[in-house]
Every structure is written in C-alpha cells, then in structure tokens.
Design a protein around this ligand. Structure first.
Ligand code: SF4
Ligand code: SF4
Length: 135
C-alpha cells in the first residue's frame, strides 16, 4: 500500500470561529442514537427533537439549517449549543476522508477552516489522524 501524503502529520487547532457550522448548504447526518443523546441533553423527547431540529433527506436524518444563512440549527453566537453531544460528523472534522484524499483537498479545506495549518496549531501525528478517521 502506498504511503499517505500526510505521514509526517498535519497542523490543526480549532479557533472556535464557527465557520464550519454555517456558510454553505450541507448535511449534518445524525443517527437515531445521536438524536437520542441530543434529546436527553436538551431534556426533550426523541420525537420533539426529530421534529424541531432535523429533516429527512433520502431516508436519512440531517440537522436543519437556516435557509438563508445556512447556519446549523444549533449554532448560536458562533457557538454550538449542543457541543458536548454534537454528532460524530462534527466531532471528526476536519479529519474527513474527503479532506485527506490529497494535499490539494486539505489546502482547499484550509480556505474554509482557519484552524487548518493555523500558525499556532500543534502538529497532529499520523497515528492520531488515522485514529480520528477510523473513529
Ligand atoms: S471552521 Fe475550523 S477553526 Fe473554525 S470552528 Fe470550524 S473547525 Fe474550528
Ligand atoms: S451540531 Fe454544533 S458543531 Fe455540528 S454543525 Fe451544528 S453547530 Fe456546528
């Protein structure tokens, strides 16, 4: 198997700018168990959580977003209101396969996410990145 281009690790540190939770249309996929966790966190029923915060897209559930700003339904004042129970997709960012396919993909994501290659960012080791990708 050929060596991955990021074998020396990559620099990333989240600045909390909130831009990955807004700005362009997209999907934040949530499983039933994630909805359950979010509903428990918000102290509402599973059904209410589905109704208030999700939409169905080709048979799957995605969080709602504002149709003008594209803010995620849980983004408020640049902060995630469910941070401790945010979905796996959010937890894994930016360690998504699509961002790591090539160096160019990583650099392109860095245009949207200021934490990627940030000047103060620590070097995340190859092993740690792979762990995140597989989580
Ligand atoms: S865009 Fe990047 S730096 Fe900004 S909140 Fe998202 S992950 Fe953090
Ligand atoms: S759930 Fe939180 S971290 Fe995920 S997109 Fe929405 S606001 Fe951002």
């Amino acid at each position: 198997m050929s060596e991955k281009w990021y074998k020396e690790g990559l620099r990333f540190h989240c600045t909390g700018c909130g831009k990955c939770c807004t700005g362009s249309p997209g999907y934040v996929w949530v499983s039933d168990s994630e909805v359950k966790e979010i509903s428990q966190f918000l102290q509402i029923s599973f059904e209410e959580c589905i109704k208030k915060y999700t939409r169905k897209v080709v048979g799957r559930l995605s969080l709602l977003e504002d149709y003008l700003s594209y803010d995620c339904v849980f983004l408020k004042d640049k902060n995630c209101q469910i941070y401790s129970t945010r979905p796996k997709q959010c937890r894994k960012f930016p360690w998504w396969l699509e961002n790591l396919k090539t160096k160019k993909d990583w650099e392109e994501e860095a245009i949207r996410c200021e934490g990627i290659n940030h000047v103060d960012a620590p070097l995340i080791s190859f092993g740690e990145i792979e762990k995140q990708v597989d989580s």
